[in-house]
Design a protein around this ligand. Structure first.
Ligand SMILES: Nc1ncnc2c1ncn2[C@@H]1O[C@H](COP(=O)(O)OP(=O)(O)O)[C@@H](O)[C@H]1O
Ligand SMILES: [Mg+2]
Ligand SMILES: [Zn+2]
Length: 515
């Protein structure tokens, strides 16, 4: 019998089974009962508290053969198919992969059709903050005049990244972190259903560590069951979650510093054997690196959660690094946080993130051996040691000739028309020749979007420059970068690097640029 993760096995199929989201549930049910059905919903909140779950239940409640009703019956073929994820009219879209021009066109077209069978054609767009500017624009056009049979449900952990123009057109539901008591009760109920004996103390530690997330609490419980079987005590939980961690993370970070890939993989292998959740492992690692930074920066021991031994371990480790090296490692890891969270193969994603961090000092050495002189690319989180240490990388701006003026324009657009600014942001280059500004884009779709907004940009540009400005946009094939070519010719040391080779083999990596 295969083991099914608890979070999947116990996904609520009715509103009544959801915990901690009473306000949202009541609002949705009242709306259904009184027939006030919105065409766009947005579910916001941290991970694992029921955003996707609520969207799916709502889709069922609205489409159920015996609905629209306050609860789906979970018996008709529509409910069953939605639960299984095979209903033709209820589509789940992962925003991160849904960015291409074809997808946007498809979205426009598909909303024009009547549903195949159900009452509504529902699009559940998960991780909505990852949508491209082009996709948002297409959605905005649909939301301005929504076809009556189409319903969008967005879910996001980062509402700040959703354009204001979209937010003003959706019904927004803020989901909350679940309280400790509710989590505890849920864990008890699930243990009972699974025939697992767990003390209240043990489950309380789990619930605390879950930090308000039902999913995280359940994956912790999975790990603990894998370790201690059907009898769980507080001691077991402390062992699994506990202090052994400081040594474990010290070993990991130590080997990142040493560039010791073997030890990194070995340690992660042990973590996998003991059933650890890699997403959480990565978050704990970030926390550990934060503690290292605190200690290295001279913070008093009281600021670091842990025993005196933990603090001593952290201190002696921190002495092996310069502060800027620590910042560099922290920056590299933070950049991969999102990737790890979203990855399907989380162990692999964590391995790659750590190997990358461990390889970084050597990449730098290669670059220096080449004679240096390359400027950090905009997206590089780290800076040369002479720069302000660890200052977060600025968002990449188009390469601008008259950069002062053009960036004033970009800043104005960002304030006044964030959606348009996000297209401009995609430009490969921006040049001002006399009273003409020309943007070039690698993706032709953006040329259309920009030209759609031409009049607005011209008006704002005219204000910014104090003269009449005209705007033009062109598609431009990506050209190989000068540095990229050089990197390909020279650094045989990099090409022979075992880590690079493994990136190349497993992920099809190529050397574009050495930093
Ligand atoms: N409010 C909740 N009540 C009960 N279980 C929940 C709740 N939120 C999340 N879960 C559990 O966590 C899992 C993931 O939930 P999900 O709705 O995908 O979270 P989100 O979309 O907010 O990240 C569900 O399958 C369920 O087991
Ligand atoms: Mg989700
Ligand atoms: Zn039904």
């Amino acid at each position: 019998m295969s083991y099914q993760a608890l979070a999947r096995k116990y996904r609520p199929q009715r509103f009544a089974d959801m915990i901690g989201q009473d306000t949202v549930v009541r609002t949705l049910q009242n709306a259904i009962e009184s027939g006030r059905i919105h065409h766009a919903y947005l579910f916001a909140g941290v991970r694992g508290i029921g955003k996707t779950t609520a969207a799916r239940i709502l889709a069922k409640a609205l489409n159920c053969a015996h609905g629209p009703a306050k609860e789906p019956d979970n018996a008709c073929s529509i409910c069953t198919e939605i639960t299984e994820g095979i209903d033709l009219d209820v589509r789940e879209i992962d925003a991160a992969t849904y960015t291409g021009v074809d997808n946007i066109r498809e979205l426009r077209e598909v909303t024009q059709f009547q549903p195949a069978r159900d009452r509504y054609r529902v699009f559940i767009i998960d991780e909505a903050h990852m949508l491209s500017a082009g996709a948002w624009n297409a959605l905005l056009k649909i939301l301005e005049e929504p076809p009556p049979h189409v319903i969008f449900m967005f879910a996001t952990t980062e509402i700040a990244k959703v354009p204001a123009t979209i937010i003003s057109r959706v019904q927004r539901h803020q989901l909350r972190k679940v309280s400790l008591e509710e989590l505890l009760a849920r864990l008890q109920q699930i243990c009972e259903a699974e025939g697992i004996e767990a003390t209240r103390d043990a489950l309380e530690i789990v619930a605390r560590r879950g930090e308000g997330s039902v999913r995280d609490s359940l994956s912790l419980l999975d790990q603990i069951i894998a370790f201690s079987g059907r009898n769980i005590t507080a001691d077991d939980v402390a062992t699994i979650l506990g202090l052994a961690d400081t040594n474990f993370f010290a070993r990991l970070v130590g080997s990142i510093g040493d560039g010791d890939h073997g030890t990194i993989l070995e340690a992660l292998g042990e973590a996998a054997d003991s059933g650890r959740d890699f997403k959480m492992l990565f978050r704990d690692l970030l926390n550990f690196v934060r503690n290292l930074l605190l200690v290295a920066g001279g913070a008093p021991p009281a600021m670091i959660a842990g025993t005196p031994e933990d603090v001593a371990t952290i201190r002696s480790l921190s002495e092996r690094f310069s502060y800027s090296d620590l910042l560099r490692i922290a920056n590299l890891l933070i950049r991969d946080d999102e990737t790890v969270n979203r990855a399907e193969h989380q162990r692999l994603a964590v391995e790659i993130a750590l190997l990358k961090a461990a390889t970084f000092p050597r990449l730098k050495a290669v670059e220096e051996a080449l004679g240096g002189g390359t400027t950090p690319a905009p997206s590089t989180p780290s800076r040369r040691s002479s720069g302000p240490a660890g200052e977060p990388a600025l968002r990449s701006a188009p390469q601008q000739k008259a950069s002062g003026d053009l960036s004033a324009l970009t800043a104005r657009l960002q304030k006044a028309r964030p959606m348009i600014a996000s297209y401009v942001d995609q430009a490969k280059s921006a040049t001002k020749e006399g009273n003409r500004i020309i943007y070039t884009f690698a993706d032709a779709a953006y040329v259309d979007l920009l030209l759609d907004a031409k009049a607005t940009i011209e008006q704002i540009a005219t204000e910014v420059f104090g003269e009449k400005i005209s705007i033009d946009a062109r598609a431009d094939a990506p050209e190989p970068r000068a540095e990229g070519r050089r990197a390909e010719e020279k650094p045989s040391a990099l090409r022979d690097d075992p880590i690079f080779k493994s990136f190349q083999k497993h992920l099809g990596a190529e050397i574009k640029e050495s930093r």
